[in-house]
Design a protein around this ligand. Structure first.
Ligand code: HEC
Ligand code: HEC
Ligand code: HEC
Ligand code: HEC
Ligand code: HEC
Ligand code: HEC
Ligand code: HEC
Ligand code: HEC
Ligand code: HEC
Length: 385
């Protein structure tokens, strides 16, 4: 007991002293390392010119199994790329190569070789890497679908231009126009439909207000669009733009599409349904059931437009198989009744607005005057009696 009491302060001060020296030594070592290490690393690094001396030659190949991979790199194109301009060297990505002959390559196909680069962008683009690893594409890849895209399938590392404006911090217009073509490499049919659509058409003309693939699906963290929640969320997705007066004003398009949709039987049912059974797919029509998704056309298009009754009827018939022309004609669409649109409905409404107050008012007036007459009569009768 005694012994311990006496020695405790002594022991801890020794410990503090040792710890203090340790920390000081560590800090000194830590501060001096980078200054020493960085330059020697730079000096050893083979230059791009060294690699390009051979690789700018056209027509050179690498044999991988039964396939042959072209290994020529165009120095001008590489020089224009964002990586070259940012001073990223060949060997920053090709970390295993420093000389010729190169180390053995074990891949037996071009795809196998490309897959060995799957993690090569992570070091500098961790944000995109993390997102991409949480996407339908990665899921497909993990399930063995080697066609699912890796970074380099959407971004050629040797020619990739800058796509984010340095001042604006936004995707450049040129890059925005290219987005659908990036996806087209694998989603050909959807791309063709999109290109011919009202949105795709406008994008090709440089319109930056219309959605590209990535506005609706996300870029690196693309989710599964076949889920119930994605489907039920469609009206909100479209309304993001179609409810916006500032955007829609430019094109003379109605911003009442969501409001009128929600107040019609489909929208009302969808809203109630979602509140009662969250997570279950609604069976009523959402925007895309009438308008399509990738193939959205102009509503007044003479051939496909759904402002044309027969085109609209075909959409209704998918869920109302017995519907006839009268059926779709009876739907007022997104219009609030007005003298221009649905005048009969408008005037009937108007008529009722006046007719009902007039009839009810008249009756009340009649009843009141009658009561008054009776009271007066009675009073008079009492006086006379
Ligand atoms: C002396 C010429 C020469 C130089 C210098 C050279 N390469 Fe190559 N490289 C080739 C040839 C030829 C091939 C294709 C066949 C082969 O591997 O021999 C090739 C293949 C490649 C490949 C394909 C896969 C592989 O690993 O074989 C990559 C990647 C590559 N080189 C990168 C580089 C980089 C990066 C540098 C600079 C550090 C570089 N090369 C320097 C001649 C050269
Ligand atoms: C930003 C990273 C990056 C830089 C910088 C880079 N590469 Fe590559 N390189 C890759 C990736 C990733 C692949 C795999 C390509 C794929 O998946 O399509 C590749 C593939 C290659 C190939 C195989 C043929 C091909 O095109 O697929 C050669 C050869 C090559 N690189 C040489 C070079 C040379 C030479 C330089 C410098 C002038 C260079 N690379 C700079 C990332 C880079
Ligand atoms: C050694 C670091 C490094 C590696 C590895 C690297 N990059 Fe980059 N990358 C950069 C830098 C730096 C920029 C310029 C970004 C900036 O200014 O914000 C850039 C820009 C880009 C851009 C354009 C972004 C913009 O702001 O316009 C894309 C796309 C890109 N890289 C894709 C890739 C892909 C795909 C790979 C892997 C094959 C890769 N990078 C590997 C450093 C790297
Ligand atoms: C399916 C195609 C696809 C894949 C796979 C992909 N990207 Fe992208 N990436 C794009 C598109 C398209 C853009 C343009 C951004 C937009 O539409 O907003 C972009 C933008 C970028 C940018 C610019 C900054 C930003 O976040 O917008 C960087 C950096 C980048 N990608 C790096 C990567 C890296 C690293 C990987 C792999 C982990 C990768 N990308 C995988 C299609 C892809
Ligand atoms: C290199 C080929 C490739 C490229 C490029 C590509 N994809 Fe994919 N994508 C696939 C594969 C493979 C699948 C998984 C198989 C499938 O469901 O079709 C997939 C799945 C998807 C899915 C989920 C489909 C479903 O039914 O669940 C969406 C959404 C998608 N991709 C959007 C995009 C977008 C947006 C782009 C462009 C930014 C793009 N993809 C670029 C190959 C690609
Ligand atoms: C206006 C929003 C929007 C745009 C733009 C858009 N999509 Fe879609 N996409 C959707 C919706 C909504 C679905 C789900 C469809 C459903 O409910 O059946 C979908 C479904 C998909 C699917 C999976 C189902 C299928 O039809 O195979 C893929 C793959 C896909 N989109 C890729 C793309 C590509 C590639 C582009 C660009 C060329 C694109 N999308 C543009 C909204 C959009
Ligand atoms: C990123 C904003 C944005 C999103 C999201 C969006 N749109 Fe659009 N849409 C526009 C713009 C802008 C136009 C006008 C293009 C023009 O007239 O050149 C347009 C045009 C249209 C048209 C053609 C109207 C006509 O007849 O001229 C229809 C129909 C349409 N969108 C429906 C939809 C549907 C349905 C969705 C959801 C699946 C949707 N949009 C999602 C911006 C958007
Ligand atoms: C995706 C499927 C789907 C499409 C497409 C669709 N409907 Fe419906 N509709 C429904 C469902 C389900 C109900 C039942 C809602 C309820 O019980 O409240 C309904 C209800 C109705 C009602 C209420 C009276 C009734 O029969 O129950 C009318 C009227 C109607 N729809 C008209 C139309 C018209 C007009 C079109 C075409 C422009 C159309 N629908 C397209 C699914 C659809
Ligand atoms: C039951 C079918 C149906 C549904 C559901 C539907 N629409 Fe429409 N939409 C139409 C028809 C028919 C027209 C053309 C006649 C009209 O404007 O009423 C139209 C017209 C439009 C227009 C052009 C408006 C203009 O000013 O010319 C836009 C934009 C639009 N719809 C977007 C949407 C959006 C966004 C949703 C979902 C919130 C949606 N629609 C839901 C059938 C539908």
């Amino acid at each position: 007991m005694n012994f311990r009491k006496k020695n405790r302060p002594h022991l801890s001060s020794t410990l503090i002293l040792i710890l203090g020296f340790g920390l000081l030594a560590f800090a000194l070592a830590f501060l001096s390392t980078p200054a020493q290490a960085a330059p020697s690393f730079q000096e050893d690094k083979p230059s791009n010119d060294f690699c390009l001396a051979c690789h700018q030659e056209e027509g050179i190949d690498k044999t991988l199994g039964s396939e042959s991979l072209p290994v020529s790199i165009n120095p001008t194109q590489f020089g224009e790329s964002v990586h070259s301009k940012e001073g990223i060297a060949c060997v920053d990505c090709h970390t295993d190569i420093s000389d010729y002959p190169h180390p053995d390559v074990k891949s037996k196909s071009i795809r196998d070789f490309q897959i060995t680069f799957a993690d090569s962008c992570k070091e500098c683009h961790e944000d995109q890497y993390d997102k991409a690893h949480d996407s339908v594409h990665q899921t497909a890849f993990d399930e063995g679908n080697q066609n699912a895209p890796l970074c380099a399938d959407c971004h050629n590392p040797h020619t990739q231009p800058r796509i984010i404006g340095q001042e604006s911090g936004l995707l450049t217009i040129a890059a925005r126009k290219e987005v659908p073509a990036t996806c087209a490499a694998c989603h050909t049919e959807i791309y063709d439909a999109y290109k011919a659509s009202a949105h795709g058409n406008a994008l090709a003309d440089g319109n930056t207000d219309v959605p590209t693939c990535t506005d609706c699906h996300g870029v690196h963290n693309i989710g599964d669009p076949t889920t119930t929640s994605f489907h039920n969320n469609t009206p909100a997705l479209c309304a993001d733009c179609h409810d916006n007066e500032e955007i829609m004003g430019k094109y003379g398009l109605s911003t009442e599409v969501l409001e009128t949709y929600v107040s019609d039987f489909h929208g009302t049912t969808t809203t109630l349904f979602e509140q009662q059974f969250p997570g279950q797919q609604v069976n009523t029509a959402v925007c895309s059931d009438c308008h399509g998704v990738h193939d959205i056309g102009r509503v007044k298009d003479a051939e496909t437009g759904i402002a044309m009754q027969e085109n609209l009827l075909a959409k209704c018939q998918r869920c109302h198989p017995d519907a006839t022309a009268n059926f779709s004609a009876a739907w007022m669409g997104h219009y609030q009744p007005s003298p221009e649109h649905y005048p009969i409905v408008y005037y009937v409404n108007l008529f009722y607005k006046f007719f009902i107050p007039a009839v009810l008012g008249g009756m009340i007036f009649f009843v009141l005057t009658d009561i008054y007459r009776r009271i007066v009569n009675r009073v008079k009768g009492v006086k006379h009696a």
